[in-house]
Write a protein that binds this ligand. Structure first.
Ligand code: PEP
Ligand code: MN
Length: 366
């Protein structure tokens, strides 16, 4: 059966504040208390780079009996902190009632976790719950490396009527012993990008790495593959976090990582074209110097002729004509008249020096 046509996703820059063209989202894996959220958020916001605060309040735990999130009572805290810091808010939703709570408290962005995307029934229920709202939605890849399932979830959300949509690559479960918690299998998000070039796609290096020591290399790789941004778990005291303590960064570690990443982006988007333009300037200057050399050669030959004829070296009429002519030509090239006038006055002075030396029989010192 043919796939149903879906409305196209909106380009990220049309609806999302970005930093150097990239989207940076950060915040705790789980909200644990108002003060934990407030402290973490304020520190994150102080760098001005992170535009969205992530906050897990309903936590999908593999086994029962662990901290399952603080629930909807965190939603008013989120909106207060969003007002104070200016960051937008993002919350994971796994059931329609989560969506209703979030919409009531004006959460800006909802996200579907990897354990939700895997289940089309649940994705459809969430899609039905967001219908008619203007909320943005991020969709993590399913736990299993199944691109169709990921695409299917994105299509269900697009069909619900939101075009503000972002795919999140968070790696894939493997039953082998692996270095990273969820191996990235980069070919899968790249395949998604190939099929859907305009779909905003960001990476979650925290859930891929599983340990903060591997986070930088994953984040660097994601941006090198032209992903549109990152969502990173940050806690003001990572080691004490109730969920994912090994992979969360402190706000200071986040700052360090962001500055490294941004200098890489600067390198690619600034340094390379800069080097290219500077090579062109070098080339231009070589031509300019060669032209000056040959101009002064001509000046010298004229000096020899003037000497033979006993003509005056300085001929104001010729000089005035020359300047007027060069000024009109320079204007057509967009050069500033004052600069051109100064330049040709300088050239004339040099020409007079050369011809004076020539007429005195001296070789001009070149
Ligand atoms: C999370 O972002 O906190 C989370 C539960 O992630 P994932 O759905 O990728 O496991
Ligand atoms: Mn987490």
């Amino acid at each position: 059966m043919e796939a149903i046509p879906v409305p196209p996703p909106l380009p990220l820059k049309e609806w999302m504040p970005l930093h150097q063209g990239k989207l940076f989202i950060a915040g705790p894996c789980s909200v644990e208390s108002r003060s934990q959220l407030a402290t973490t958020a304020k520190e994150i916001a102080s760098n001005g780079i992170v535009k969205v605060l992530r906050a897990g309040i309903w936590k999908p735990r593999s086994r029962p009996g662990k901290f399952e999130g603080i629930g909807e009572k965190a939603l008013p805290w989120l909106s207060e902190i969003s007002n104070e810091t200016g960051m937008l808010t993002a919350v994971e939703v796994a059931r329609p009632d989560h969506v209703h709570h979030c919409l009531k408290h004006k959460v800006d962005i909802l996200w579907l976790g990897a354990r939700t995307t895997v289940n089309p029934f649940m994705v459809q229920e969430i899609a039905d719950a967001i219908k008619g709202s203007d909320v943005a939605v991020m969709i993590k890849n399913p736990v299993t490396p199944d691109l169709r399932l990921w695409i299917g979830a994105i299509e269900r959300i697009l069909l619900a009527g939101t075009q503000k949509i972002i795919a999140i690559h968070r790696g894939f479960y493997s039953h082998h012993q692996t270095l990273y918690r969820n191996p990235p299998l980069w070919e899968i998000p790249l395949e998604l990008k190939k099929e859907w070039p305009f779909l905003p796609l960001i990476c979650d290096p925290s859930h891929i790495a599983g340990n903060r020591q591997y986070l930088t290399e994953v984040a660097v790789q994601a941006l090198q593959l032209s992903m549109d941004g990152l969502i990173i778990e940050v806690h003001h005291q990572p080691d004490k976090a109730l969920t994912d303590p090994f992979q969360q960064l402190s706000p200071a570690e986040l700052d360090e990582l962001l500055h490294l990443l941004l200098s890489n982006i600067t390198d690619a988007e600034y340094q390379q074209p800069l080097d290219h333009l500077r090579r062109k300037i070098d080339d231009n200057d070589m031509q300019l110097l060669a032209q000056l050399g040959s101009r002064m050669q001509l000046v010298q030959e004229i000096g020899v002729l003037k000497k033979k004829q006993d003509e005056a070296i300085v001929q104001p009429e010729r000089q005035q004509q020359l300047i007027a002519d060069r000024l009109s030509k320079a204007r057509a090239l967009g050069l500033r008249p004052l600069f051109v006038e100064k330049l040709f006055t300088l050239l004339h002075r040099e020409a007079v020096t050369i011809q004076t030396k020539t007429t005195k029989g001296n070789k001009p010192d070149r």
